[in-house]
Design a binder for this molecule. Structure first.
Ligand code: HEC
Length: 120
């Protein structure tokens, strides 16, 4: 019994070691210092012009997928690998590390907006 519980706790440690917990503070800081606010707004909900999507309150996993798709598009990955070709965002994602993408997406998902009504 003791061996089983030791084995289980080892598995939990191994799993938590692999998963990267998002850092919300770092996500906010990256959003502010990497220039995102210039178009998407400091609150990510009041974009400076209608062509800039509202990011606040969007689903975390969706945001991660979107940012990674811009990054793949910027690298000219094959179209079959779910790419986004957008000249503006292609430049923006060049400044983001994989961790930035995880952290920014997690932080944006916590922000209030009309897009997050269902969770309020
Ligand atoms: C110069 C203006 C500009 C800046 C700066 C900018 N973006 Fe964008 N962003 C856009 C535009 C335009 C789109 C829509 C592109 C499209 O049609 O695919 C967009 C789309 C996005 C999307 C996809 C949203 C969705 O609903 O699919 C995300 C996520 C995003 N931006 C995050 C960021 C982050 C994070 C930064 C900072 C690193 C950033 N943006 C900086 C203009 C900008």
């Amino acid at each position: 019994m003791k061996q089983v519980s030791l084995m289980l706790s080892g598995m939990v440690l191994a799993i938590s070691g692999v998963a990267h917990a998002a850092d919300l503070v770092a996500g906010k800081a990256a959003f502010e210092t990497k220039g995102c606010v210039a178009c998407h707004g400091a609150d990510a909900a009041s974009s400076v012009a209608p062509m800039y999507p509202i990011l606040a309150g969007q689903h975390e996993d969706y945001l991660k997928h979107a940012l990674n798709a811009y990054a793949r598009g910027a690298r000219n990955a094959p179209a079959s690998s779910n790419i986004r070709k957008n000249p503006i965002m292609a430049v923006q994602v060049q400044n983001l590390s994989a961790e930035d993408i995880v952290n920014i997406s997690a932080w944006l998902a916590t922000l209030p907006s009309d897009l997050s009504n269902k969770r309020q």
